[in-house]
Design a protein. Structure first.
Ligand code: GRG
Length: 306
């Protein structure tokens, strides 16, 4: 298991500069891909840009870029698919915040899309982000047609149902009114949160032309990472402030939702996070490539404060 000094030295590798440089790259590409606010229908395009550029860590696209680079792809080849993941992720946040779902007023530190605009506009903005994600990959002339089809298939499976985010969201909503076992909780999170994270890592590797064995290993790494992401999300819901989170904290407890801390207790949830982090790092040993940055991303998720 990594010692805390090993962890802090990996984190000390200029993580902030690494994330901020990639975030700038991604935001520039998103700006090129998204319709301009001046184009009709103006309200939908304003709502799309409001939600996408409200902030956000850009975790999924950064993971895709990093994985792709580990396996030898150039940032240029990876960028459009990375943006497609951010579009899908942002659509999911916009729809999750709607009154019929999580009913939230704060996201990425700003009023949610349906509060700033209106419900119909928020639904359309989410819909448009989803279709633009697939369109962007389909039209990416830097990739072969064969790769584009593979990427669209990966993203569709991970975002949809029965094996992806929509299925996880539906099961999560359905489980709100009853008690949930730890196994079921983990299954919901594998679908709702981890599936997209796994697909982001796999798509980076697919663009780079990784082997089936490498794809399988990187998918396992990302499955642990996705679970770790959710455990830390649940812990932050209890411990963080609205200012640092950019969204309303304490919602899970108020809704009496099953979460890692509510089922295991805070201390055990922390222990579980450390174990899952270690499992993610162990899988990386199977990959004969320079995977240090993937270790660093796992460290970042374990220690994240937002
Ligand atoms: C509406 C189909 C549909 C799905 C919604 C995103 C989602 C599924 C639910 C949001 C609820 C939630 C807290 C999920 C846990 C993990 C998660 C997706 C957190 C938000 O992602 P971050 O932290 O957000 O990467 P930023 O703003 O940094 O991009």
């Amino acid at each position: 298991m990594s010692t805390s000094s090993e962890l802090s030295s990996r984190i000390a590798f200029d993580l902030e500069a690494f994330f901020s440089e990639r975030k700038t790259l991604i935001d520039g590409a998103l700006d090129d891909l998204l319709p301009a606010e001046s184009v009709e229908p103006i309200s939908v395009h304003q709502a799309i840009r409001w939600s996408v550029f409200a902030g956000g860590k850009r975790f999924r696209p950064i993971l895709l870029l990093t994985t792709g680079e580990v396996f030898g792809a150039s940032p240029k080849e990876l960028l459009t698919t990375a943006c497609a993941f951010e579009m899908i992720h942002t659509y999911s946040l916009v729809h999750d915040d709607l009154p019929s779902m999580d009913d939230d007023e704060l996201r990425r530190g700003l009023p949610t899309c349906h509060i700033r605009f209106d419900e119909a506009t928020a639904i359309l903005a989410g819909d448009a982000l989803q279709t633009l994600a697939f369109q962007s990959i389909a039209e990416d002339s830097l990739l072969t047609s064969e790769k584009r089809v593979l990427l669209i298939s990966e993203l569709g499976r991970a975002a949809g149902t029965p094996g992806g985010m929509v299925a996880g969201q539906a099961r999560d909503l359905e489980a709100e009114s009853r008690s949930v076992s730890t196994d079921e909780l983990e299954q919901i999170h594998r679908l709702k949160t981890a599936a997209l994270i796994v697909a982001a890592a796999r798509c980076g590797a697919i663009i780079a032309g990784a082997t089936q064995q490498e794809l399988e290993a990187v998918g396992k790494y990302a499955a642990h990472l996705g679970l770790l992401f959710q455990i830390t999300d649940d812990l932050l819901d209890i411990t963080a402030t609205a200012e640092s989170l950019g969204k309303t904290p304490g919602k899970d407890a108020r809704a009496q939702k099953a979460t890692y801390p509510s089922l295991y207790g805070i201390e055990t949830a922390h222990q579980r996070a450390k174990l899952v982090h270690q499992e993610a790092c162990t899988v990386l040993e199977r990959i004969d490539r320079p995977t240090e940055r993937l270790h660093t991303i796992a460290d970042f998720i374990l220690n994240r404060q937002a």
